[in-house]
Design a protein around this ligand. Structure first.
Ligand SMILES: C[S@@+](CC[C@H](N)C(=O)[O-])C[C@H]1O[C@@H](n2cnc3c(N)ncnc32)[C@H](O)[C@@H]1O
Length: 488
């Protein structure tokens, strides 16, 4: 049999498995080869499996030269995509593998258009030209999204073996991306666990191989500092009576929203105008106690029934401060067939599940300096790191922060407080504000979690809450005791 050579586009798709190939050969033996094999410039462009099946069946294959006018690469891709049922993840791998071919086609087009090449009878399509970045073009051709393609690119640098698994459909891109962040030992443990428990969910298997977080150890090691104080009392009164002007470098807090949340001591059902007057006083006081170049981070939720809560609060703060950045805290997200984080269910058919909250960053004049690289992320393309010219290989992470908020388990610390934020969120704010060891942070509505980030980073902090139980929990996590203010 002739030794055929294959067009690279033809090799992009995984070959049929043994069973499917035998079935195809059987079909060809019975009914003959219905669709001829397509060649292009003496290469097999499409029909690798049919060729192999003809060989098995002992049937002479028929060939037909590709007569298309567009790009042979695009044609081969679309012909195969229609036949195969590939997932979004598999398409992303395909798109990545196409990139060098797209670049080669583009170069060839350029060579022909500038007259440097001999005029060839092949008419190279302009359809892929001038349509943006190669990964975007590849994503479009394969029907996946370019962020996915970039993700596969990054995985292929860190753990190329995972890309093979995505290609054959045993992992999604999101799963491979998570695995690529583990060290090789953890990855091996993951696959060993998967072999033993093939039906177990991915997230549960991951949890089996990650080091366990013991809350008690956190309290002892990570969150202990002597410079933390927890004050139990009314924050407005305590700020006025206890804190001098310009004391805090950062205020990072989540005030009550007057939405009827079931707090222990505080009644969250106040008359709205009384609440707004109080909030105005609170922000005025924040302005006084914050240093001139300090930052105020307000973490504020909203809900379908109270869609204006966050924006209204930002407007009240805006009376005294300049809104410098608006950050979206994404608590849970779905991409293609994968979801991460906890989804707060919303019943009925009017509203979508709520997956995010606002983090408003205010400063006195909109000029607070930020340490963006302190929470930066690595460049996906290292060439951009060089181009940025600052010698760093991290870039600003932007204003959308994905910090999954796990489901509350009965009896855990969060369950004792109805409206906590994760310490990781405050940690990002503090690092971004450049508030490092020696700085001072205030959380005037600290609940149980408000001080944990400052403690972990070794930053002096004062937390205030009106509820003694919350204060006890916050103080115990910080390894300190509560200061009670009798006139609270
Ligand atoms: C949204 S929660 C903050 C939760 C906190 N960020 C956490 O992660 O645990 C608001 C908190 O403000 C407290 N609070 C309400 N009014 C207060 C007041 N006048 N002075 C001090 N704390 C108050 C409530 O007890 C509640 O714990």
């Amino acid at each position: 049999m002739t030794k055929w050579r294959f067009h690279p586009a033809c090799l992009l798709f995984p070959p049929l498995g043994e069973q499917e190939l035998q079935a195809l050969a059987e079909n060809i033996r019975e009914r003959g080869l219905l669709h001829p094999i397509t060649t292009h410039n003496k290469l097999i462009l499409d029909g690798r499996n049919r060729l192999k099946a003809c060989e098995i069946a002992g049937v002479e294959p028929r060939f037909e030269e590709w007569a298309g006018t567009g790009s042979p690469l695009e044609w081969a891709i679309s012909a195969n995509l229609h036949r195969r049922h590939l997932t979004g993840s598999q398409k992303a791998v395909l798109a990545l593998e196409m990139l060098p071919m797209l670049e080669a086609e583009a170069k060839e087009r350029q060579r022909l258009s500038t007259g440097r090449g001999k005029r060839s009878p092949i008419r190279l399509a302009t359809s892929t030209a001038k349509r943006g970045k190669a990964s975007q073009i590849a994503a479009k051709l394969t029907g996946t999204n370019s962020a996915y393609v970039e993700q596969v690119k990054s995985i292929s640098r860190k753990a190329p073996e995972l890309v093979e698994q995505v290609k054959v459909g045993s992992l999604t891109v999101t799963e491979a991306a998570r695995l690529s962040k583990l060290d090789s030992f953890q990855r091996e443990s993951f696959f060993a666990a998967k072999q033993k428990q093939p039906d177990e969910k991915f997230n549960r298997l991951i949890r089996q191989v990650l080091p366990k977080k013991e809350p008690a150890a956190d309290a002892d090691e990570g969150f202990f500092t002597n410079s933390t104080e927890v004050w139990c009392g009314d924050s407005l009164k305590l700020m006025r009576s206890q804190i001098v002007d310009g004391w805090a470098n950062v205020i990072c807090t989540s005030p009550p929203f007057n939405r009827g949340v079931n707090y222990g001591t505080y009644d969250d059902n106040r008359d709205q105008s009384e609440y707004e007057a109080w909030l105005d006083e609170v922000f005025k006081e924040f302005h006084r106690v914050l240093t001139s170049n300090g930052s105020l981070f307000l973490i504020v939720g909203h809900s379908p029934r109270h869609p204006w809560t966050a924006l209204d609060m930002a407007k009240f703060a805006g009376k005294y401060f300049t809104l410098q950045n608006q950050i979206v805290w994404v608590k849970s997200i779905s991409m293609n067939d994968d979801s991460q984080g906890h989804f707060t269910p919303i019943p009925g058919d009017r509203y979508l599940n709520r997956n995010w909250d606002f983090v408003f960053h205010f400063s006195k004049n909109g000029t607070a300096k930020l340490d963006r690289k302190a929470i930066g992320v690595p460049y996906v393309d290292q060439n951009n790191a060089v181009r940025s010219g600052d010698g760093d290989d991290v870039r600003c992470a932007g204003d959308v922060w994905f910090i999954p908020f796990e489901t509350v388990h009965r009896g855990d610390e969060r369950a004792n407080h109805p409206a906590t934020f994760p310490p990781e969120l405050a940690e990002r704010c503090l690092k971004l504000a450049g508030c490092v060891e020696g700085g001072v942070v205030l959380d005037p509505f600290c609940g149980v979690n408000g001080l944990k980030a400052a403690n972990k980073l070794g930053i002096n902090a004062i937390g205030i809450d009106i509820d003694q139980q919350y204060c006890e929990a916050a103080a115990s996590a910080a390894g300190t005791t509560v200061k009670l203010f009798p006139n609270r």
